[in-house]
Design a protein around this ligand. Sequence first.
Ligand code: CP3
Length: 344
Amino acid sequence: MGEKPLIDSLEGKTAECPPFWFMRQAGRYLSEYRELRSRTGSFIDLCLNRAASTEVTLQPIRRFEPDAAILFSDILIVPYGLGMDVRFEEGKGPILDAVCDAKGLNKLSIDKSWSRIESTYETVASVKSQLDSDKTLIGFSGAPWTVATYMVEGKSSKDYAAVKGWAYRETEEFDRLINLLVVATIKHLSLQIDAGADVIKIFDTWAGVLSPEEYQRWVIRPSFEICSELKRRYPDVKIIGFPKGVGVGYLDFANKVGVDGVAIDTSVPPEWAAEFLQNDVTVQGNLDPIVLIEGGDRMIDQARKIRKSLQSGPFIFNLGHGVLPATPVENLIKLAEFLRVPLE
Ligand code: CP3
């Protein structure tokens, strides 16, 4: 066994107690995050402040000792690095000046504004230097499709009408945006690996809104291109993909993209994932974050069921989506304790 249980699992090994971490394990549900956030200016300022983002990355590690730290940043740092204005408004979420035509596309550049986000890689190095050697450092980015939804809609969307409309109508032009994001994502992830990230996670939160053909074109193909280039540059780096909400599309993702691990959302039956995905990839998931707000026996029972279904293959325990702001931290501490004890 190696030094880092989470990497062992991504190499296909099984364990009596699964390695674990929680999506959005840093954030508003932690009082120490709210305190630091209240004196660090905007959310983007926080992401780009090396000392503050290092501290926020480490806060959940001190609280419940998960097997991994995930860089504190956001998927919208990449559009910011491409020259877009990105703001986060209380209660509204992200606001961007939407790109919806060739003119907007031509303004984006991989080089011109990238220095705006370079402190991100200093944060990676600084977290790495403070992390115990048994902990894995996860770097991340959004996948091109999900990042494009925010760039084209200019905000969180309900129906994705603007981005899908553009993609369906002017497919080749939209492909230019996706290809630009493939290159930008490879750059962003390579720089994180250079700075010390052990594992990469690629978030495709809105993969599930596409029709089957478009799923192949804007999720599978770009994810494959990113993974193959990263593996060419860094043969040892491990990659986890998260195409949320794709149902049977998880099969193609596990078979075609070249990831080491696939994160499944709450809707995927763990037994199904054990039977159809775990032969090809390590499965990560998938407790419902709402159950974490409730806590108690229901939380432990559901966590036990997930462990029973997936623990005989390579498995990383996690949630099906991110920790919500209303989650009591005691529940996460209890869940972490349960995960450290072998099942009877
Ligand atoms: O702890 C971690 O997981 C690392 C940090 C992280 C954040 N965002 C911090 C954040 C990560 C990995 C993300 C990824 C991210 N960002 C995704 C993909 C994963 C997912 O949740 O589906 C997406 C779609 C985004 C875009 C984004 N960022 C939105 C839509 C919002 C607003 C909604 C909200 O929760 O407020 C954000 C803001 C954001 N990113 C916060 C945090 C902690 C909250 C900002 C605050 O503190 O006010």
